[in-house]
Design a protein around this ligand. Structure first.
Ligand code: NAD
Length: 405
């Protein structure tokens, strides 16, 4: 990380683990941000980070907060520690970049959001999907009316447990909050940003492996306006057998996004002549459609569009009461390079999130993955966890900040 014209924002890391290293490497050379210290209760881990990034190695968040060169804190400890750490940092006048989840309970997430509001400090939650070019493009296509708002969202996640040994904190809800909280928050938040609404209720199921922890969960979340979002996570695969599909049903169109870090989207859509012409212009508009501030494209991204004219009958067609005359069929592919580009896309998404923090601090802009998005994701994850435990559907509490301050 290096400085811009102004002194860079000094950021102190707490939690010198696996993901912190990924975040710091992704942030290398990011203008306006400079790592100034690294803390971990394990002296070996702190020392390793201190040596690798050439910063003082400390033992705790409290030691970080004593330093004048720490204007922001990067929290990369296990989930159950996030809320107390974020609150302490905010109260000490520091900005916060918090790994997901923002907290492991709705009350704690709300307390952090309220603390950020009261302290007038920036808080960014590392919801990396918000900084993914494909999700951004789908939002843009929806905003410009080329895709109708989705009335169905589905995310099916055959995830890997290859590196999750039985004693890993991931399996212990006291540390992780459980799968909905630890991992599901990414996709509850993705659904919120793609659908543009806060969820209202949830039903959920959790399945335990024989003599072991819960390793499969599923939630059906109702959003306003008759919209259903289904989320399934199964931590049961080898790395090589991982697969994920996010599917948006727009009625006359469907979007299929593959990769948990999305790397390819395929859109199939029925349209009329005016619509076909707009679709055909998309490859020429690729740069703007995929643009995310702070995310540097690698250059091999491609958008391709094929239109088959008169692929269907010219008579009006109807679904869910909506009638359209759409004889042409469109097949669009938005490709970030597929699975081989996942590490690059992942690192750039994290970099864009950190860049959002710097911009919000410097320019007073609202960050994309703000405290309210962190709170909303925890609120639905938490409601899903209770619904799965009790077998009873739950309403999702409102997340207006004034309700929690
Ligand atoms: N945004 C993403 O895509 C993404 C991906 C992976 C992990 N994560 C998140 O990153 C966080 C860290 O995950 P990880 O896989 O790096 O875990 P990890 O176990 O590898 O590292 C956690 C580190 O925190 C330290 N720690 C624990 N308690 C602490 C405390 N009280 N004070 C200071 N340090 C403490 C541990 O010693 C360890 O070094 C988790 O919240 C996880 O959900 C996010």
């Amino acid at each position: 990380m290096s400085g811009g014209a102004r002194a860079p924002l000094g950021i102190g890391l707490v939690g010198c683990g696996g993901f912190a290293e990924f975040v710091l490497d992704a942030a290398a050379g990011l203008p306006g941000l400079r790592l100034t210290a690294a803390a971990d209760p394990s002296p070996d881990r702190a020392a390793r980070f201190g040596a690798r990034y050439d910063v003082p190695a400390l033992g705790s968040l409290e030691e970080l907060l004593e330093r004048d060169d720490v204007q922001a804190v990067l929290i990369a400890t296990p989930p159950a520690t996030h809320a107390a750490m974020a609150t302490a940092a905010l109260r000490a006048g520091r900005h916060v970049f918090c790994e997901k989840p923002l907290a492991t309970t709705t009350e704690d997430a709300a307390a952090v959001a309220a603390a950020a509001h009261r302290a007038d400090r920036v808080l960014v939650v590392d919801h990396v999907l918000r900084y993914n070019p494909l999700l951004r493009a789908v939002r843009r296509l929806t905003d410009q009316g080329l895709l109708s708002p989705a009335h169905r969202f589905l995310f099916e996640n055959d995830a890997s447990d290859q590196d999750l040994d039985p004693d890993h904190w991931f399996w212990d809800p006291a540390h992780s909050g459980g799968i909905f909280i630890e991992h599901g928050v990414h996709f509850f938040d993705a659904a919120r940003t793609l659908l543009g609404t806060d969820p209202v209720s949830v039903r959920a199921t959790a399945v335990r492996r024989p003599d072991g922890p819960v390793d499969m969960v599923s939630a059906d979340v109702v959003h306003p306006g008759g919209v259903l979002a289904s989320h399934l996570h199964s931590f049961t695969h080898a790395h090589r057998a991982e697969r994920q599909l996010m599917r948006l049903d727009h009625g006359f169109a469907e979007t299929r996004i593959s990769g948990w870090i999305p790397v390819r989207a395929e859109i199939s859509a029925w349209t009329d002549e005016a619509g076909a012409r707009v679709w055909e212009r998309l490859p020429a508009e690729q740069e703007g459609l995929l643009a995310v501030d702070g995310f540097t494209p690698h250059g091999a991204e491609r958008i391709s569009v094929e239109v088959e004219r008169d692929a269907g009958p010219s008579a009006p067609a109807r679904g869910r009461g909506e009638e359209r005359t759409v004889p042409h069929h469109v097949r669009a592919v938005l490709d970030l390079g597929g699975e081989p580009r996942k590490p690059y896309v992942y690192a750039q998404s994290v970099r864009a999130a950190l860049s959002d923090l710097v911009r919000a601090v410097r320019e007073g802009t609202a960050p994309e993955a703000d405290a309210v998005s962190g709170l909303s994701a925890v609120a639905v994850a938490s409601a899903a966890t209770v619904a799965a435990d009790t077998g009873v559907g739950r309403s999702v509490p409102g997340i207006a900040l004034e309700d929690w301050s």
